[in-house]
Design a protein around this ligand. Structure first.
Ligand code: NAP
Length: 274
C-alpha cells in the first residue's frame, strides 16, 4: 500500500515527479497536479511552451500542500534566452504560476536564442536574486555542459533529458555523475511505448505490476529521478507506487541490455550530435 505522505528522494529531488506536457486543458491539468500532490508527489514539472503554467499554479494552490514543500520546475523557451528576455520571461512564469520563486528554472534546449555568454549570466543573476533556487539545463550534451561550466560560477543543478530502457544515455549519465549534476528523466515511459516491450512485460508480470512501474523502478534504482506525465488519478497513483517495487540485479541487468539508443523526442532544433 502506498504511503501517501512518505516522499522518497534522491537528495533534494524526489525520485518520482509529475510531468505535464500536453496536459493543457486548464481544469484537467489543475486536477492532475492537485491529485498528484495529495497522493504524495512533491516535484511538478512544467514549461512555458506547455501553455499550462497557470493551471499548474492553480493545482498547487487548491491542494493541501504548502508551496514551500513542492519542488516546482519550469523552463524558458528557446526564443526567450537573450539576456533581457530571461528576466522578463522568468517574471511572466512566476506570475502565471502564482509563486515568488522557482526551485529550478531550465534552459529548455541549447537552441534558438541560447547564447552561453548572454543566457547564463542572466540565470546566475536570477539565482543570486533568490528568484530561482537552482539553474537547470535540458537536452544538454556533455559539450554544452562543459561550455556552460566555463561561464558559470554557480553550479548546474540538473540536466533534464530523455531516458528510458530504449534510450539509456550511458555517456551522459557517467558525465553528469562525475560532474555532480542530477539527471532527470523525461519521457520515462517512452511516451507510453514501454507497454510494447516484451522484457518489461515479463518482469512486470512476475511482480504483478505494470511495465510503467518497471521502467520507473529501473530509473530510480539507477539514481535517476523521473517525471512521468499522467493525467488521471489511476496513472498518477500507479506511477507513484512504482517506488515500492524493487528489481533484483538480474532484472536490472536484463533492462540494461535493452538499450537501442532510440529517441522519441527529436525536434529539428535538437543538438547536432544526436
Ligand atoms: N525537457 C524536455 O525537452 C522535455 C521533453 C519531453 C517531455 N518532458 C517532460 O517529461 C514529462 C514526461 O514525458 P512525456 O510526457 O513525453 O512521456 P511519458 O511520461 O514517457 O509518457 C506519458 C504517456 O504515458 C501515459 N501514462 C502515464 N502513466 C501511465 C500508466 N501508469 N499506465 C499507462 N499509461 C500511462 C500517459 O497517459 P495519460 O496522460 O493519459 O495518463 C501519456 O500518454 C513531460 O510531460 C514533460 O513534463 C520534457
Amino acid at each position: 500500500m502506498t504511503n501517501e505522505t512518505d516522499v522518497s528522494t534522491q537528495g533534494e529531488l524526489p525520485a518520482v515527479g509529475l510531468g505535464t506536457w500536453k496536459n493543457d486543458e486548464p481544469k484537467t491539468c489543475a486536477d492532475s497536479v492537485e491529485t498528484a500532490l495529495e497522493v504524495g508527489y512533491r516535484h511538478i514539472d512544467t514549461a512555458q511552451v506547455y501553455g499550462n503554467e497557470k493551471a499548474v499554479g492553480a493545482g498547487i494552490d487548491s491542494s493541501s500542500v504548502d508551496r514551500e514543500d513542492v519542488f516546482l520546475a519550469t523552463k524558458l523557451w528557446i526564443d526567450n534566452l537573450g539576456y533581457d528576455d530571461v528576466f522578463e520571461a522568468a517574471a511572466e512564469s512566476l506570475d502565471r504560476l502564482g509563486t515568488e520563486y522557482l526551485d529550478v528554472l531550465y534552459i529548455h534546449w541549447p537552441a534558438g536564442e541560447y547564447e552561453p555568454d548572454e543566457t547564463l549570466p542572466a540565470f546566475e543573476e536570477l539565482r543570486s536574486d533568490g528568484i530561482i533556487n537552482h539553474i537547470g539545463v535540458s537536452n544538454f550534451e556533455p559539450e554544452h555542459i562543459e561550455t556552460a561550466q566555463e561561464i558559470l560560477d554557480a553550479p548546474i543543478f540538473a540536466n533534464q533529458v530523455e531516458i528510458h530502457p530504449q534510450l539509456q544515455q550511458r555517456r551522459l549519465r557517467e558525465f553528469c555523475s562525475k560532474a555532480g549534476i542530477e539527471l532527470i528523466a523525461y519521457s520515462p515511459l517512452a511516451k507510453g511505448r514501454v507497454f510494447e516491450l516484451e522484457t518489461l512485460s515479463e518482469i512486470a508480470e512476475s511482480h504483478g505490476v505494470s511495465e510503467a512501474q518497471v521502467s520507473l523502478a529501473w530509473l530510480r534504482q539507477n539514481g535517476i529521478a523521473s517525471i512521468p506525465k499522467a493525467t488521471g488519478a489511476e496513472h498518477i497513483r500507479e506511477n507513484w507506487a512504482s517506488q515500492e517495487l524493487e528489481l533484483d540485479e538480474e532484472e536490472l541487468a536484463r533492462i540494461d541490455s535493452m538499450d537501442e539508443q532510440h529517441r522519441y523526442v527529436t525536434p529539428e532544433f535538437g543538438p547536432d550530435s544526436w
